[in-house]
Structure formats: structure tokens, C-alpha cells
Design a protein around this ligand. Structure first.
Ligand code: ATP
Ligand code: MG
Length: 384
């Protein structure tokens, strides 16, 4: 009866009356990654997504579905009639493809359709006996070397031998939009990824030291954004030159440069977020990792902001962040050389910025007008 891909989701199954909304987002996102790979109709069937995969390139489907947040696990299954006899036959066929002498098997049966005449345990016993008799294998419930899975739905049953892990989390777009400050360093791509994992649509803003936006538009920042595209889906990057800020701050104490620059970034980012329909900002800050991220400085930098700033890495060690960056594939790009804005900042920055000094300096340089001028110099690139 052919083969299907069965996709299981975790948390979204728990969302009660919102479940159809989460399911639809998940379907949309799976369709997006499969575009050009395998364009088929995806059904929502009794708490899972199902689509046919006969003649498909299964490896490409695996690679695509693996980047869709909200997917807990998925499997390629053989379809059978939802009857004991038909399931027996399919289980035997599937098992014979994977077992070798000496294997200890376990059959796991799940009924999504409780009207099926016998219980899951009864059916797994029957199927186990069939396997022992026909394939000469043993059954081990505690320590199996291989497993055979059976799922029974109303219309059909699925039999498969491998569960492939998805990335977990929630479907991108189910939690609203945020604007991520992306630097080209190691941390901010990881922070962006974690927000996507919680269902956020992540758009980006990048500040650069060049005279011309096009130089930043052709930099590794775009490579990083593209690397995250399978997770993020369609997104935008806004580029902002930092020279207006630099010109205005040549005469202020160098040790306050860093804190003021970060406030400048947040103020601009809030305005761009508003324009992009984003409700919060995201950074890759991790507490006390560098001078700008001491508790005092994070406090001084955040005073007076209108939008919440999410810092998903605040409690992460650098090693943990690097491990994640490697996993999602951004690390190699992040360590490529790049002229970061921060290289223009003083060598010995203030680590305990005083809010009243910050306020005084901002008045002096007329921060609001620097923000205004810089926004006028911005460019915006759509990535899809
Ligand atoms: P990262 O590896 O993400 O660059 P970092 O450890 O170098 O972080 P900082 O340079 O202090 O730390 O930056 C902290 C956060 O501020 C970054 O994670 C990023 O969210 C934001 N940020 C820093 N520089 C820029 C920039 N040029 N454009 C946009 N955001 C930036
Ligand atoms: Mg940095």
C-alpha cells in the first residue's frame, strides 16, 4: 500500500484549543523546506502529519525535515490496512528487511484509534509470536537490539523500524516576530537559533564600520543568515553604518564608548523592530563574558528601552555556545575574519558604567539625532 512519512510533534500536541493553529504552522513550514524536493499534500491525521513518499529521495527529505522546529521525530512507514491480518503481513515484511540471526526484537504498538478490536499489548504479543515463528528471532522487551513500531489510525496502520529525531521546539511563526542583533561573531547566530526554536520568526539587524552598506551586504553576516535559513524561513536583514555614531563620539571619554555604542544599537534596533513588526530584541549576550556584558553594564545599557531584550545565552558558557554553533553549522563562518564594529572601541572599557554618566554623555552627543541619521542611512535585504 505504499510508503509515507509520519511526523510527530511534541509540545504542540499539548496546546489544547490552539492545536490547529500550531499544526497549520507546522504544515506550512514542512512544505517550505520540502519545496523543490518533494511537493506533495500534507495531511493532518489524528495528531500527526502524513504524506506519501513513494519514489521520493528519502535522504533529502530527512535533511529538510530535520531543520523544522516543532518536529519531535519522524519515520518512513509502510502503510497497511488497519486489520490484524494485514498488520501481521506488513510487520513481517518490514522486520525481515532489518533482522539478522540472534537479534532480539521488541514490537511497540500504539493505537490512535481506540476502537481497534484488541489492545496494543495484545497485538504486540501476536506480532511478536509471528516474528519468532517466521524469522527465528527472540523477543526482548527490556533489552531489544531492534524495534518494530506499529501505529494504528482509523483509516490505516503504519509500520516502521526507525525513528528519526527532529529538532523539537515550536513551529517558527507560532510565537510572533523578534529582531535579532547579529554581529558576525559566534554568539548571536546561536541566540537567534534558540529564539527560532521557541517559535519566533527572527529578522536581523547588523551594524557595520563601512562607509557603504553594500560592503556589509556582501560580508559573512549574510552567509550566516543564509546558513540559518532552513530554520528561519523568509527573513530580512537591516544594515546600519556606525560612522554617524563614531563621528559624534570622538570627543567623549573612550572608556564609555562601548556602553554608548551598545545603547545606540538598541535604540536603532527598537525603531527598526517597530517597522518590521517585531515585538522584542534578541542578543547573544552571556553574563560577564566580556566587558560589555557585566551586570552593571547590561543594566546601564538597558535603561529606558521600550522593548524587552531577550538574551537566550545569558546563562551559557562559551564552550556550550561553541558546541551549539558547531551543531547548527555557523561556527566556521563566525570565526572567519571580519571587521567588527567593536574593534573600533577602547581597549579598556568601563565595566561598571554609571547610568547618570551615560545620560549626561547621551545628551552631549545628541543620541537621538545620531539614531535618526543612522536609520536614514540603512538598507534592507530580504533573504528567502
Ligand atoms: P557575538 O559573538 O554574538 O558577536 P560577543 O561575545 O562578541 O558576541 P559583543 O561583541 O559584546 O559580544 O556583543 C554582544 C551582542 O551584541 C552580540 O551577541 C550581538 O547580539 C550584539 N552585537 C554586537 N555587535 C553587533 C553588531 N555589529 N551588529 C549587531 N549586533 C551586534
Ligand atoms: Mg562580537
Amino acid at each position: 500500500m505504499g510508503k509515507v512519512c509520519v511526523i510527530h510533534y511534541s509540545e504542540i500536541g499539548l496546546k489544547g484549543r490552539n492545536r490547529p493553529f500550531f499544526e497549520r504552522k507546522l504544515v506550512e513550514n514542512v512544505k517550505r523546506v520540502l519545496k523543490g524536493v518533494w511537493d506533495v499534500r500534507i495531511e493532518r491525521l489524528q495528531g500527526r502529519l502524513v504524506f506519501p513518499v513513494d519514489n521520493a529521495d528519502l535522504q533529502r527529505i530527512v535533511e529538510s525535515v530535520k531543520s523544522v522546529f516543532g518536529v519531535s521525530w519522524f519515520a518512513f512507514a509502510s502503510v497497511s490496512e488497519p486489520t490484524v491480518d494485514s498488520i501481521k503481513k506488513t510487520v513481517l515484511e518490514e522486520a525481515s528487511k532489518i533482522v539478522a540471526g540472534g537479534d532480539a526484537l521488541k514490537v511497540e504498538v500504539k493505537r490512535a484509534d481506540k476502537s481497534f478490536p484488541i489492545t496494543s499489548i495484545e497485538l504486540s504479543k501476536i506480532l511478536g509470536e509471528v516474528l519468532v515463528k517466521n524469522l527465528g528471532v527472540k523477543i526482548s522487551l527490556k533489552n531489544p537490539s531492534k524495534k518494530i513500531y506499529v501505529e494504528i489510525l482509523k483509516r490505516e496502520a503504519y509500520v516502521f523500524t526507525e525513528r528519526i529525531r527532529g529538532p523539537g521546539g515550536l513551529p517558527v511563526g507560532s510565537s510572533g516576530r523578534v529582531l535579532s542583533l547579529i554581529s558576525g561573531g559566534i554568539d548571536s547566530p546561536v541566540a537567534s537559533y534558540l529564539m527560532m526554536k521557541r517559535g519566533c520568526e527572527v529578522h536581523y539587524i547588523h551594524f557595520h564600520p563601512f562607509y557603504d552598506n553594500s560592503e556589509a551586504e556582501n560580508s559573512k553576516v549574510m552567509e550566516i543568515v543564509r546558513k540559518l535559513l532552513p530554520y528561519s524561513g523568509r527573513t530580512t536583514v537591516t544594515f546600519i553604518p556606525s560612522y554617524e555614531f563614531q563621528m559624534a563620539t570622538v570627543n567623549i571619554p573612550a572608556k564609555y564608548d562601548l556602553v554608548l555604542f551598545r545603547r545606540f544599537m538598541f535604540k536603532v534596533a527598537e525603531r527598526i523592530a517597530e517597522a518590521e513588526g517585531a515585538k522584542a530584541l534578541v542578543t547573544g549576550e552571556s553574563l560577564a563574558q566580556v566587558a560589555s556584558q557585566t551586570l552593571d553594564n547590561i543594566v546601564a545599557i538597558s535603561i529606558g528601552l521600550k522593548m524587552p531584550v531577550f538574551r537566550p545565552l545569558i546563562g551559557y558558557d562559551k564552550e556550550e555556545i561553541i558546541a551549539l554553533a558547531n551543531k547548527i553549522g555557523t561556527y566556521e563562518l563566525s570565526i572567519k575574519p571580519y571587521r567588527d564594529c567593536c574593534s573600533i572601541i577602547a581597549r579598556h572599557p568601563e565595566t561598571r558604567a554609571r547610568p547618570e554618566v551615560v545620560k549626561e554623555l547621551e545628551d552631549k552627543i545628541n543620541m537621538d539625532s545620531i539614531v535618526e541619521k543612522s536609520i536614514k542611512l540603512s538598507s534592507r535585504v530580504v533573504v528567502e
